[in-house]
Design a binder for this molecule. Sequence first.
Ligand code: NA7
Length: 537
Amino acid sequence: MSDSRQSEVAVLGAGVSGIYQIKRLVDLGIDAVVLEAENDLGGTWHRNRYPGCRFDSESYTYGYSFSKELLDEWHWKERFSSQPENLRYLNYVADKFDLRRHMRFNKRVERMAWDESEHRWHLSLADGDTHTARFVVTSLGPLSAATLPAYPGMDEFEGPSFHTFFWPNEPVELAGKRVGVIGTGATGIQVIGEIADKVSELKVFQRRPNWSTPLNNSPISESEMDAIRDRYDEIFANCAASPQGFEHVPRWGFWDMTAAERRELWDELYTRSGFAILAGNFAEIFVDEAANREMSEYIADRIRQRVHDPAVAEKLIPTDHGFGLQRLPLETDYFEAYNRPNVELVDLSQTPIERLTATGIQTADRHYDLDLIVYATGFDAITGAFDRVDIRGVDGTSLGEKWRDGPSTYCGLLSHGFPNMAMVAGPQSVSGSTNFPRAIEGGVDWVTGLLEYLREHGYSRVEAQPEAEQEWVDEVMRFHERLLFRRSKGWFTGYNSNVAGHEEGNVRYQAYFGGATRYTAKVTELAANGYPGLTMA
Ligand code: NA7
């Protein structure tokens, strides 16, 4: 029996953003429900259960900042906390604030249609249920649409094979197994570092290497955690003042130092933890080719020092993009894995995969016998989750059609033609390109503020004006074009060889690279000025 419900607000997704969004709405007494496609909450941290999955953000900068009580209670056990602990944290938050009762699981929204006469969205769910809501807040996650390659024979392989996003809940036996990992992005690099010493053979199928630097994880003791708690105000203030939402602060002045002085700084940053070497580095490396080249050479030397076989080391050094110009994976024992006798790097740029077989992978030069295949092949990032819902706005216009060549939004928060649909972590916001929770707390607060404003003024409809939206798209393009990023092939800039329209050469302005500080100032000002660029009725 299908059922039909309604609420003032429907929040799509019970991940990091959806959990905080429902908390804000419930606190305001707004009738709201979260519809979650999965069978439980947690989003990214519910799904990604692969070995090695953990934060690249310092744990204490990743947690929610909204509740002092929560900050006082929670003890992060590691500087970069692992997936099981992160999922425990999100469950703890949901239970502490009694949010679960506002969430409905196994509720995948397949279609959303705007009803102009009622000023409401009608949602159709995969299980046949329907839901009607005045407002929809999407908190779908920037990396929730996993993508597989399309090699012939993929369904012929007789052993287990899965995308990292769908790593099974039940334990996967790795001991004694011959494992193939396809993909060397942030995920592949985490998996490979973690399992290299646990499997009998590991074949890494690499199409393009990525730059990667040490995570430098460590436990957090009780006394360290006490010191962190004392510093929380300062920590969140530091994150708010940094363009990428971390405590690391970028600097200018690359050319004011000698090459030796720069190396000394990089030696120090390389041993620090997390994104220090990226977000605490010279800003010139993102805009100045000569600066970027020198930095890339420094990291290349580090790889050469760590990988014993010089030929393998060279294969692990990117030559098609500079350091920091794609999402930087952070690693633990990744390069050392290639010094192990049971690990082999298969260079797909030389010997591409031809097909999968019942027993393994056939490349251009040989067959690799495997027991298990892991696809660490990434996501249809940022817009992919939207494309998977048939969203129909004013006059039945399709959002997928509107965004076919790339998204177009008002500050990543609304899109013209789709009234009453607010996006948290939407395309062209900063949530894809910064420390995620820092960005989405701001996004949720902004959306909540808008809903309050509408309620106070008795409005039942809000829509972005096309001119205001175009202004934002122009701003997004301006920052995109300024950065060396623009030439790299990575998910930040919408590249994915497995998704039509996202292949190399299709530039999609998916994320705002003007920095979180500039972004926050801009959207805060809009709210303070009564939301210019939005039409309310
Ligand atoms: P990424 O960073 O998009 O990496 C995907 C990897 O998979 C990358 O090395 C790709 O090589 C490789 N890939 C993709 N398709 C193929 C095919 N068909 N054949 C061989 N190799 C392929 O995704 P991740 O999951 O690692 O990281 C996503 C984010 O999750 C990460 O940034 C964190 O924020 C969390 P390519 O470079 O395209 O040649």
